[in-house]
Design a protein around this ligand. Structure first.
Ligand code: ZN
Length: 130
């Protein structure tokens, strides 16, 4: 009996101090987790907003186009299995037409910077003159 009486309060004391220790650690951990969650949520929200915006307006890099696209020049359907020809295509979608070599994005729009620089010699000459 005497042993039990002395052990019980000691165990309770130990338990309480351990709880307090955990309490302080938990608070910091919770704050860290919440802060991380907020940062991640903001990042996800920003990404989601971009994806939704571009999907709705059917342009831009971030949207998702589930519709089949065709070459803007020769109307050849884009290959079902996309094989990216460059880094932009790998990152943002789009492909190069297998029929005529035209590069277009995932919305079936011509990619402007795919036009070779010597395609407009007049513009280049004008730039050199100035
Ligand atoms: Zn084509």
């Amino acid at each position: 009996m005497g042993v039990q009486l002395t052990v019980a309060p000691a165990a309770a004391e130990l338990g309480r101090s351990a709880m307090e220790g955990f309490g302080v650690g938990d608070e910091i951990a919770v704050i860290a987790v919440v802060a991380l969650a907020i940062v991640m949520a903001l990042g996800l929200a920003a990404g989601a907003v971009r994806v939704i915006r571009d999907t709705v307006r059917k342009q831009g890099r971030w949207g998702i186009n589930l519709q089949p696209v065709r070459c803007p020049k020769c109307e050849a359907p884009a290959p079902t299995v996309r094989r990216p020809k460059n880094r932009r295509q790998a990152l943002w979608g789009g492909c190069t037409c297998e029929e005529c070599g035209t590069e277009y994005d995932k919305w079936g729009r011509l990619v402007a910077d795919a036009v070779s620089p010597d395609a407009e010699p007049g513009a280049a000459a004008d730039g050199g003159g100035v």
